[in-house]
Design a protein around this ligand. Sequence first.
Ligand SMILES: [Mg+2]
Length: 378
Amino acid sequence: MEVTDAETIPVSSTLPEGEAMGDARGFGRTRETTLLRIETDEGTVGWGEAFAPGRIAEATFDELFREDVVGMDPFEVESLAERSYTDPYHFGGDVFVQSVLSAVDVACWDVIGKTVGRPVHKLLGGETCHTLTPYASTMYFTERDRPIAEPIEEAVEAGFEAAKIKIGAGVESDVERVRTAREILGDDAALMVDINGNYRPEQAVKTAKAIAEYDITWIEEPVPPENETGYREVKRRIDTPIAAGEAHYGRFEFKRLVDDRTVDIVQPNLGRCGGLSEARRIADMATTENVAVRPHIWNSAVGMAAAVQFAASISTYPHTRNVPEPMMVEFDRSDNPLRSDLLETPFDPSGGVLDVPQGPGLGIEVDDDALERYRADG
Ligand SMILES: [Mg+2]
């Protein structure tokens, strides 16, 4: 079997004027990402996503990948990562190279699954789960002034029993947001907070201590992702678990996070970390050191499908029996048709449960009409 055709497809969606949203670092109206569609000589189609702007992903694919990918056997997917570090030797560690590699890798796994008639999570091995616990990613910072309670109330009404909210705009605002979210969610729900690296270590510690009484499951990116000494300082001074990884990619960066015990939870993004093959290596490393793995999902439905398949295969060791720990996956609650409209059967988190697609490969069907609608190069 060999890949005979490969196409990068930029997709984007823009919110109406005045509806920009985001995190403590800032917000925007446009969501964009790049899908990759490969086809084999047997007519099997595989999908992947590069968490990268369209023209950059296309140029990176055409310059550095196309020659190797067209003609390759998708079953040789594991060789891609090594190849990306050796040829081109000097660019392999680049984030856009790793993002495009992620797309190729996931598309190959999709083809492999479709060829052998198994969902990807089965191919990744391990004791797999059929359902995951979606957590609402919500309470974004918004351009439009709206009551902070509104989005978290909507998430609870939609059945979510766990949520992650944006904070990072000063300790007083942080406490108000966390108190509001906890009141609405109730005492038993998991509540995470995301600073998006908007604090210096001192500020992060101050906020962490001020919100500790609200039982926070994790604090995400308390300081900028590049600041490893800052992470270690925050870790030393607070008791709440720390999560990071959405801005990291490749096994080497994650190895540092895990080895140094910089974080308690790693969050690889399947459109950026190097794909399913690399995510599995990262999960093996993390699990060996009892660091938890929870994929970051800020992608289109294709990247989400890869993350869901991956999450369904991750070990929760050492929490095997007596400390039940749900495998939580991020469910972005923003108005994003790239997540909600791209698939024939969209992901449905209602009732606080997300079914893992059991069809072969990623278990998804891309809706061609929707794809045309959101193509950014059409
Ligand atoms: Mg985040």
